[in-house]
Design a protein. Structure first.
Ligand SMILES: [Zn+2]
Length: 470
């Protein structure tokens, strides 16, 4: 029995590893080919896992001393940049390939390239990508049957040759930058495969495509002298090659291809020429009609915005729902255990539907997420359900009759708490307190008639009462 179970588990592990391995290795649609051949052999990856405690802002800051883009930022912008690097790093698994050991500085550097590219965007996590595999140098890809320097796979893996990644930044103005190139592919793939991306980016990409096609044509005809020939391969490579030029020689790019350059500024919501302003787009982008004014109004400075919508729900849950639930729950004619069951179901549903969206994307950590569910999402949803149930009422009403078995005491308002046969609704004062003006009718044996309406969610609530004499 036990051996059978063990066998079954091993079988599933094997199947998973096989399928997953295929997915991860499979289809590298946008890969940088190596021009010189070299020998390389895939061996088992050495995973680099991060512990949250390791990632201090000072350490990230220190490890980015080599990066001019980062060094030119103001202090508050650097803090935001480091925060993004930290969250990006934590959401990916870094693996060293062919015996390469991935160090902290390497993971920071690779993450920083992604953050540089997405610095103007709201969504920078590239959540579709779960793994980054770093090779010491060019590597052989069985799928492409070629030696590659890097690639971004639609299955969510990014491949990089460390040697070429470093060279890309070392020669900061030669317009070759492997890291930015592959992350440009990843950013584009993420808009079709991922769950989080900037909608503005997706819409505006077609604008870039419009300006690009004459340029792509001239590259193909060999008449172009700014972007390299590889950019003429297709729109994906054009975008990736443009990104390399955009960050490495922005002023020259703006001079040579102002239309494409300005479109890239809008697309990525940053302008690498604006070093003094943390690369923010300035109002001249709007005034010189680079961006039409309606779009300018919609552009936001996401880099400094850290607030996530789940925090608003948490605050609403803590400060608003107690008041509403205090009013909404008492008239409800279902037992408290059913209400608790509803609340629990909301928590389970909320966990299942939102864990990926909120925790995996680093908007909240696990503890914050649990607080969000318990004090935010659960109470807010309960309030909405009970509130709507009371606002949208189904036709008809039901009536329940119970004999009075006793009167307890007067409440502070002078009203009476009464007891019904079979202890019905004893714990629900909203149903069993009657007005002091009915005191003449409150007698053992008389009948309390409760009328209920039912709301849109099928939950009955008290509509009124009458007392009938026996
Ligand atoms: Zn490429």
């Amino acid at each position: 029995m036990l051996i059978g179970l063990l066998f079954l588990i091993l079988f599933f592990v094997f199947i998973h590893a096989t399928v997953y391995g295929k997915m991860a290795e499979g289809n590298v649609p946008y890969a940088e080919r190596n021009t010189q051949s070299s020998r390389g052999r895939l061996v088992m990856p050495i995973p680099f896992r991060l512990r949250t405690g390791m990632l201090r802002t000072e350490d990230i800051d220190r490890s980015l001393h080599w990066m001019p883009y980062y060094q030119k930022l103001s202090k508050p912008a650097k803090d935001v940049f480091c925060g993004r690097v930290r969250e990006f790093m934590q959401s990916k698994e870094f693996s060293g390939m062919m015996g390469l050991e991935v160090h902290f500085d390497m993971a920071v550097s690779v993450s920083a390239a992604a953050v540089q590219l997405t610095y103007g965007l709201e969504h920078y996590e590239l959540s579709h990508f779960h793994s980054i595999r770093i090779f010491p140098e060019v590597f052989y890809s069985k799928i492409n049957r070629n030696y590659l320097k890097g690639g971004a796979s639609e299955s969510g893996v990014i491949f990089l040759s460390w040697k070429h990644f470093v060279e890309g930044y070392k020669n900061g103005a030669d317009t070759f930058n492997l890291g930015l190139h592959e992350f440009a592919h990843a950013l584009k793939i993420n808009t079709t495969q991922g769950s989080d991306f900037d909608e503005e980016f997706v819409h505006y990409f077609t604008e870039l495509e419009k300006s690009s096609s004459p340029v792509i044509d001239s590259i193909r005809r060999g008449e172009h002298n700014f972007l390299r020939k590889y950019g003429g391969t297709n729109m994906h490579e054009f975008f990736a090659v443009c990104v390399e030029h955009f960050f490495e020689v922005p002023k020259l790019f703006r001079e040579k291809l102002p239309d494409v350059y300005n479109k890239l500024c809008v697309l990525l919501n940053q302008d690498p020429c604006e070093e003094q302003r943390d690369y923010r787009l300035t109002s001249h982008h709007a005034s010189e009609r680079i961006i039409d004014r309606s779009l300018w109004k919609r552009m936001k400075d996401y880099r400094y915005a850290k607030w996530h919508w789940s925090l608003s729900i948490l605050l609403a849950g803590i400060f608003l729902t107690p008041y509403f639930l205090f009013v909404l729950i008492p008239p409800v004619a279902i037992s408290s255990s059913v209400l608790w069951a509803m609340y629990t179901a909301f928590l389970i549903g909320g966990f299942a539907l939102q864990y990926r969206k909120i925790v995996k994307q680093q908007a909240l950590n696990v503890t914050q997420f649990i607080f969000y569910l318990l004090l935010g999402f659960g109470p807010v949803l309960l309030t909405l359900v009970l509130g709507l149930n009371m606002l949208i009422i189904l036709p008809g009403e039901t009536v329940e009759q119970y004999k009075m078995t006793g009167v307890a005491r007067m409440t502070s308002d002078g009203d009476y708490k009464i007891f019904l046969e079979n202890d019905q609704y004893t714990d629900n004062n909203a149903l069993t307190i009657v007005s002091k003006y009915d005191r003449d009718l409150i007698r053992k044996g008389n009948v309390l008639e409760l009328s209920f309406k039912t709301g849109i969610f099928g939950i009955p609530f008290k509509n009124g009462y009458t007392i009938r004499e026996k």
